[in-house]
Write a protein that binds this ligand. Structure first.
Ligand code: FE
Length: 353
């Protein structure tokens, strides 16, 4: 999700677009661009064509036009920092609580009080002071070779680090914020010593040095490189239900296990967003953030991007419905998001590249 597959095609164009946006927002701080048009400047690390109908619906329903600036999370955070007080950014959305925490640490958000967001989104999926909120969920769990591994061998995270899986784990690199967040959650649940031991166990169990993304790990299980892989749930669901015949065939034998942390459920992360500290169109930004938490929006993203709705009241559509009944650990996403620096040190010390 955070792969910069479609960052702006050229720096020159990027500057041009920014200049245009800055021009609009400086002329009017009331959410209206020159000429009275209502606008909102969305800095988005989401880069899916399937999101476009969402944006069109928002504009149809509210009359607010969305200017999108796309990039991966770190690029957009760097950009907002560089723009400083004159940033045209209104709303920043991205995947992973860890990325939202990085933006929070950089002072890029302002707290928002929204009764509809508080009502729709459970408290553990929001930053407590309102700086950011989740609107979709994903679990970081295990894909396993069902011919070699029994489901009960992968039903808890601590088992993955034991001798049963020596040389049998495929996992992406320590740079991956998904892994940082998972290790952060283990630190939060277990304390640093046990989390460090787990991290060393995972490194000892690696079938190969980390390479590729989560789907590559799942494919490697199918190819016999390893017996289990750590993956975000939506990658597996996309392979199992998508149009790629080879990927679909992989999931005939490779299955998904919702690994549990201390018997309390799978490690859950979010896609979410927060209103920019200096948002020139603040009211429109809040409206767009609330729009992301609407049931229809969550259903759309679940259907097309295979994440789970964050609201318990929103029924998961196909194809995610078949996977949606898993037990989710109730840990606050903000609690593990802030453990990234510790997790990074720990993984580095363990030799997780
Ligand atoms: Fe992703």
């Amino acid at each position: 999700m955070t792969t910069p597959t479609r960052f702006l095609p050229s720096f020159g164009l990027a500057l041009g677009v920014l200049a245009l946006i800055a021009g609009c927002s400086q002329e009017a701080g009331d959410g209206k661009a020159a000429g009275g048009e209502k606008v909102v400047n969305l800095y988005s690390a989401r880069h899916y064509d399937t999101d476009l109908p969402l944006y069109e619906r928002f504009t149809r329903e509210t009359g607010i036009r969305i200017n999108r600036i796309e990039g991966n999370a770190d690029q957009l955070i760097a950009r907002m920092k560089a723009e400083g007080a004159t940033s045209p950014a209104d709303l920043f959305i991205t995947a992973d609580a860890g990325a939202l925490w990085r933006a929070e640490q950089a002072g890029l958000f302002q707290p928002v009080e929204s009764a509809v967001i508080s009502e729709r989104i459970p408290a553990n999926l929001r930053e407590p002071s309102g700086l950011w909120t989740g609107f979709m969920r994903r679990a970081r769990v295990v894909a396993y070779d069902s011919a070699k591994v029994r489901p009960e061998e992968v039903d808890s995270y601590d088992k993955l680090a034991g001798p049963r899986f020596r040389g049998q784990i495929c996992v992406r690199s320590a740079d991956s914020i998904y892994n940082l967040s998972l290790v952060g959650a283990l630190i939060e649940a277990w304390g640093p010593e046990r989390a460090q031991a787990w991290t060393r166990g995972i490194v000892a169990n690696m079938a190969r040095p980390p390479e590729g993304g989560d789907r590559d790990q799942i494919r490697a299980v199918s190819a016999g490189v390893c017996q289990i892989a750590l993956t975000n749930s939506y990658y597996y669901i996309r392979m199992a239900s998508g149009d790629d015949a080879a990927d679909k065939a992989v999931t005939d034998r490779v299955k998904l296990a919702f690994t549990s942390l201390d018997g309390q459920g799978a490690h859950v992360n979010i896609s979410g967003g927060g209103v920019a500290r200096g948002a020139p169109n603040k009211a429109n930004a809040i409206r767009l953030l609330e729009f992301f938490t609407e049931a229809a929006t969550q259903e759309h993203i679940a259907r097309h991007n295979n994440e789970f709705p964050a609201s318990p009241a929103v029924k998961a559509p196909e194809p995610v419905a078949a996977y949606a009944n898993f037990a989710a650990h109730p840990m606050a996403v903000a609690a593990f998001a802030r453990r990234q620096p510790e997790a990074q040190k720990m993984m580095s010390a363990a030799g997780w590249r």
